[in-house]
Design a protein around this ligand. Structure first.
Ligand SMILES: CCCCCCCCCCCCC[C@@H](O)CC(=O)SCCNC(=O)CCNC(=O)[C@H](O)C(C)(C)COP(=O)(O)OP(=O)(O)OC[C@H]1O[C@@H](n2cnc3c(N)ncnc32)[C@H](O)[C@@H]1OP(=O)(O)O
Length: 288
């Protein structure tokens, strides 16, 4: 008997879930069903989803489109194309900047508008989950998107002295490669022409890029701490008429600490998805 995991909760077209390996999921990332026994089967035939044939994949994609409905499919296709294009523009701008200037100093300033626009637009991902047009858990998408919004607006945008830190480049590169891969994966899946390379990249790049991105984010917040302490920015001191105080410096420390329980959740979630999609691990649910 295995554990029923997030992959099952995501409940996507593959309708297969992984059960082996990673530690238990203390956060309610998945809607596991209590009275369910689960057994795992695995196949690694051709690296395709569930080890199934192309016909199977096609059926799956058609079934997915039917479930979604025409309007939702059209919207998601447009959304994913726009996001792929946006992150590609960002990638090209970063490479061009570095080739022309030969330094990362000034890079953030030169790409900040595009970054802010497309990362903020990604808030729609939480809306997609809430209205049920994508099966991703609201909590998983919420943690992922809100940590990015926090980094963009409340750290990098607001604290100018840290914009030239190397760590900013670290998370920018990790985010950009990830998002080009992820949104093109969704786009090609919806269009029913998913090249295996993109699928492979979506479920392998994160193994390195997630830790790199998180390291970049944490180092950037760390670099911001002295400035935040010195200026007292975003902090509310007592006494005031609401008798309320808030210290942004301590808030940042707590945020950094929250990566310790939250990041592994996301990482193991992705590892489970990887096993489901690339290696076809399947959980067969049985009634007790
Ligand atoms: C206010 C202060 C807050 C502070 C919080 C501090 C704590 C933070 C800790 C966490 C740190 C995260 C840091 C992060 O920013 C660092 C990086 O990102 S570094 C770069 C590397 N990153 C990654 O690799 C990110 C990977 N993440 C993701 O892929 C997604 O964001 C995630 C939601 C985690 C993935 O979810 P899931 O595995 O469930 O899969 P999908 O969402 O891809 O798919 C599920 C099914 O839904 C379909 N789907 C989803 N979205 C779409 C879409 N836009 N269009 C079409 N279809 C979509 C998808 O195809 C799947 O369908 P099916 O199952 O049928 O195949």
């Amino acid at each position: 008997m295995g554990r029923l995991t997030e992959a099952a909760a995501a409940g996507g077209g593959a309708s297969a879930a992984s059960s082996a390996g990673p530690p238990p999921n203390p956060l309610p990332l998945s809607a596991t069903s209590p009275g369910c026994a689960a057994t795992m089967a695995s196949s690694e035939e051709d690296g395709s989803n569930g080890g199934s044939s192309e016909a199977g994949e096609e059926r799956e994609a058609t079934g997915k489109r039917r479930r979604l409905g025409l309007v939702a499919t059209a919207w998601l296709t447009l959304y994913n194309i726009a996001m792929t294009a946006g992150w590609l523009v960002l990638a090209i701008a970063m490479v061009r900047f570095y080739m022309e200037k030969g330094t990362h100093k000034g890079l953030y300033k030169s790409i900040q508008k595009t970054l802010k626009f497309f990362q903020t637009f990604a808030l729609l991902e939480i809306v997609h989950c809430l209205i049920g047009i994508v099966p991703t858990s609201v909590l998983v998408a919420g943690v992922q998107v809100s940590s990015r919004i926090f980094m963009v607006w409340l750290i990098t945008h607001s604290i100018k002295p840290i914009q030239n830190e190397e760590s900013v480049v670290l998370f920018l590169v990790a985010w950009t490669v990830t998002e080009i891969t992820r949104y093109s994966f969704y786009t090609f899946s919806l269009l029913d022409h998913l090249p295996y390379f993109i699928k492979w990249a979506r479920y392998n790049f994160f193994i390195i890029l997630y830790p790199v991105g998180v390291a970049g984010e944490l180092l950037t917040i760390y670099a911001a701490l002295p400035y935040v302490k010195k200026t007292g920015m975003f902090s509310i001191r007592l006494p005031n008429k609401y008798n309320f105080s808030f210290d942004y410096y301590y808030f940042l420390l707590i945020t950094m600490a929250s990566y310790i329980p939250l990041f592994p959740q996301l990482y193991f979630h992705m590892l489970r998805q990887r096993r489901k999609v690339l290696h076809g691990e399947v959980i067969v649910e049985k009634d007790d």
